[in-house]
Design a protein around this ligand. Sequence first.
Ligand code: ZN
Length: 158
Amino acid sequence: MPPRFLADEMLAKLVRFMRVMGLPVRHLEGKSDSSILAIAKIGNFTLLTSDEELALRCKKRKIPSLYLPQESVERQLSLIIRSFGIRLPKFSSGTLCPACGGKLLKVRKAHLIGKIYPAVLARRRLFWRCGKCRHIYWSGTHYIRLRKAYNKVLKLSS
Ligand SMILES: [Zn+2]
C-alpha cells in the first residue's frame, strides 16, 4: 500500500496526474505552512512538497515527506514511485477523478443521453462518471496523451 499522500498548493498539476494514474492524494490549498504540518502529522500523511524549507521542517518534526524539484510531472511521479516502491495500478483500471480524487465508474452511453453533447456521445466509445462529484469523462485525444504519459512514467521508474 502506498503511503497516504498530501500535496502542497504548488503541486496542483501533479495532484491531477497522480489521481489519473490511480494514486490517491489529498491536495491542500490556501493553508499556511504550520497548518500543513499539523494536518500531515494528525492525518498520518506523507507530505509531497516543492518547498525545500517546508521539507526541512517536516524532517525536524519527523513527519514523512518527499521534496520534489520543480520539473515535469512525469519525473516527479517517477521519483515518488521509486522513493516509496509503489506499483502503479494498470492504466485506466485504477483511474481516479482528477478534480476530486473520487472513483471513476464506467457508464453506458444510454445513460448519458441528454447529459452531454450528442456529437461527443456519437463519436466516443468509453465514458466514465465520478462517483463523488459526478463529472463525466470520455476517451479521446486526452486519453491517448495520458496513456503516453503513463508509459513514460513506467519507463522513468524502472
Ligand atoms: Zn470527481
